[in-house]
Design a protein around this ligand. Structure first.
Ligand code: IPE
Ligand code: IPE
Ligand code: MG
Length: 246
């Protein structure tokens, strides 16, 4: 009985969000798809599919609790170094998922933006990305930035090049205003799943003052309760931004 009670206490569905401050912008490094699949004796691609299904569910949940911006790391500029079959599958997965969702996506009221380098993506993929962004551009709920073929160093260089081309002087404000995720501003809460504790070239600029939360859970299992737990932890942090404790 005591054990049962303790379990219930640890159960995240007891977390009440009403009195909590919901982070304006959450960044997620969605890691652990491969290990999730391996644990089930399945190929890595099976984990990626489960990861995408989870992303769809978690985005709806985040939108429902009032998150305004969420940026998720789906494919890094360094992920091209993976086996060809896995890379091809990830390209196929984005394409097929968008094609499957495109006619019904508007009802979720989530504005979708794909951020990253466009150069290595196929015309077919670029086309469905464009259609998806167009279809959801008037949605008024959360903005979901999907970082795909994304690298933060590349993003900063891209921003600087644009500023120079516009004949402007490089400054903190100008760089901020030329980032792919400029509308979302700084990331308040950065989550990495699967127990890893590194940044892997994700939003280096935007996470300057983020609170960092790592979960041991593999991404396909990171559900709404896990997000609640991260938000609860975020609320316990004392964000000082270089000042003194309040
Ligand atoms: C994250 O899961 C998804 C991508 C990087 C595309 P991984 O594929 O990195 O899974 P692990 O880390 O190998 O378990
Ligand atoms: C970061 O995960 C990229 C994504 C989640 C898309 P990785 O699995 O590629 O990162 P490393 O190699 O463990 O640093
Ligand atoms: Mg990984």
């Amino acid at each position: 009985m005591a054990l049962f009670k303790k379990r219930r206490k640890e159960n995240n569905d007891e977390i009440k969000l009403e009195n909590l401050n919901i982070p304006n912008h959450i960044g997620i490094i969605m890691d652990g798809n491969g290990r999730w699949a391996k644990r089930r004796g399945m190929p890595r691609t099976y984990g990626h599919k489960a990861g995408v299904d989870n992303l769809i569910e978690l985005s709806k949940y985040a939108n429902s609790i009032g998150v305004k911006y969420m940026t998720v790391y789906a494919f890094s500029t360094e992920n091209w170094s993976r086996p060809k079959d896995e890379v091809s599958y990830l390209m196929y997965l984005l394409d097929s998922t968008f094609n499957r969702l495109i006619d019904t996506i508007e009802k979720d009221n989530i504005k979708m933006k794909i951020v990253g380098e466009k150069d290595k993506l196929s015309d077919q993929l670029l086309d469905v990305i464009k259609r998806m962004e167009e279809k959801t551009k008037n949605c008024t709920g959360m903005t979901l930035f999907i970082a795909f073929n994304y690298g933060s160093r590349q993003e900063i260089v891209h921003a600087c090049k644009e500023i120079v081309n516009e004949g402007k002087e490089i400054s903190i404000d100008e760089i901020q205003n030329h980032l792919y995720t400029k509308d979302g501003g700084d990331v308040d809460l950065l989550i990495r799943t699967s127990g890893e504790q590194r940044i892997s070239n994700f939003m280096l600029w935007q996470i300057s003052y983020s609170e960092i939360y790592t979960a041991d859970t593999y991404w396909p299992d990171f559900n709404g309760d896990c997000l609640n737990k991260a938000i609860l932890e975020y609320n316990k942090r004392d964000r000082r931004f270089g000042g003194l404790k309040k």
